[in-house]
Design a protein around this ligand. Structure first.
Ligand code: ZN
Length: 312
């Protein structure tokens, strides 16, 4: 075990015990921007990556700010899902950020305000349960330039009864639309329900109905061709597409898994893939120390239950 002392800035120093960290620190010092005037972009992203690896906790708003800054450098084209679905032809390069508000709407608002401060627009899919349906928060997020979508779970709530599910869906859609326009929808995975909510629209007649009668531009799992899009999500509080995650998948030829946030940050900076979708759950991200560890413990427990029951 090696003890390394790293000074990222004159005001900040940290002490960590880790041989891996020691290597990162040495590399960071060797590639100090003060001694290298070339390849500024690479260095900037490297610096962020090293900063992240050394002192940043993932799943904090501070970490999310670093991701957003890296995305802005690499992907100037930000789209909301409604804009993307309307675009014809589709853009050649872009980043779409999607948020599923499963719990803690206040966390969604904090994330929306952070994005707004960086001129980033994204889409927030709200469940309509009592703990998430906060009209004042939904309205404020919409007024900050973000899109509001419906994170529906009607088939699970109706225990597989399609007729009841459609009625439930229409009622909740109307409640959301009383607050903000809603043009796109995304299913909620409901890890411990046997029903896949997307099944409401698998039949082509039902699918046509939602598009035309209900004025929906698209269901983001079913109506986007992900074959050449990297789909990256934080489900299970990790950056692996399969770990602790069964329903939150798309059909893509671009499979990207990351062992850590610093890997993800460097991937974004590399511009390896021209098209990416980030799926972020706001309740998972906090700068509160207590909230961070409570969330960590909660997700650890949920993931063990998922392992036990084989569901996500
Ligand atoms: Zn969800």
């Amino acid at each position: 075990m090696v003890i390394a002392i790293l000074s990222i800035s004159p005001k900040r120093s940290v002490v960590k015990e880790s041989s891996e960290l020691y290597c990162l620190c040495m590399e960071a010092l060797l590639f100090c921007p003060k001694t290298c005037r070339q390849k500024k972009r690479t260095l900037k992203n490297s610096k962020r990556g090293y900063l992240f690896a050394c002192i940043m906790k993932d799943f904090t708003l501070n970490a999310y700010r670093l991701y957003l800054q890296a995305i802005k450098s690499s992907y100037p084209n930000f789209f909301r899902f409604d804009d993307y679905l309307k675009a014809d032809p589709k853009p050649e390069t872009f980043c779409l950020i999607r948020h599923d508000v499963d719990r803690k709407p206040k966390s969604a608002l904090k994330m929306a305000l952070l994005e707004n401060s960086l001129s980033v627009r994204s889409t927030y899919y709200f469940r309509t349960k009592p703990h998430t349906f906060r009209a004042e928060i939904i309205r404020e997020i919409y007024e900050k330039g973000h899109e509001i979508g419906y994170h529906y779970e009607s088939l699970s709530d109706s225990k597989g009864d399609m007729r009841r599910a459609l009625k439930d869906f229409k009622g909740n859609l109307a409640r959301l639309r009383a607050i903000a326009p809603v043009r796109t929808i995304a299913m909620h995975g409901r890890p411990f329900s046997p029903f896949d909510n997307r099944d409401m629209w698998r039949d082509s007649a039902d699918h046509k109905r939602i598009m035309e009668e209900l004025g929906i531009l698209g269901e983001v799992y079913l109506d986007i061709d992900y074959s050449d899009i990297a789909y990256i999500n934080d489900t299970g509080r990790n950056w692996s597409s399969m770990q602790s995650n069964i329903r939150d998948h798309v059909e893509s030829n671009v499979l990207r898994d990351f062992a850590s946030g610093s890997q993800l940050l460097q991937y974004i900076g590399s511009q390896r893939d021209p098209k990416i979708v980030l799926q972020i759950h706001p309740e998972r991200w906090t700068d509160s120390v207590r909230g961070y560890y409570v969330q960590w413990a909660t997700e650890w427990g949920i993931n063990r239950l998922k392992d036990l029951f084989g569901k996500s």
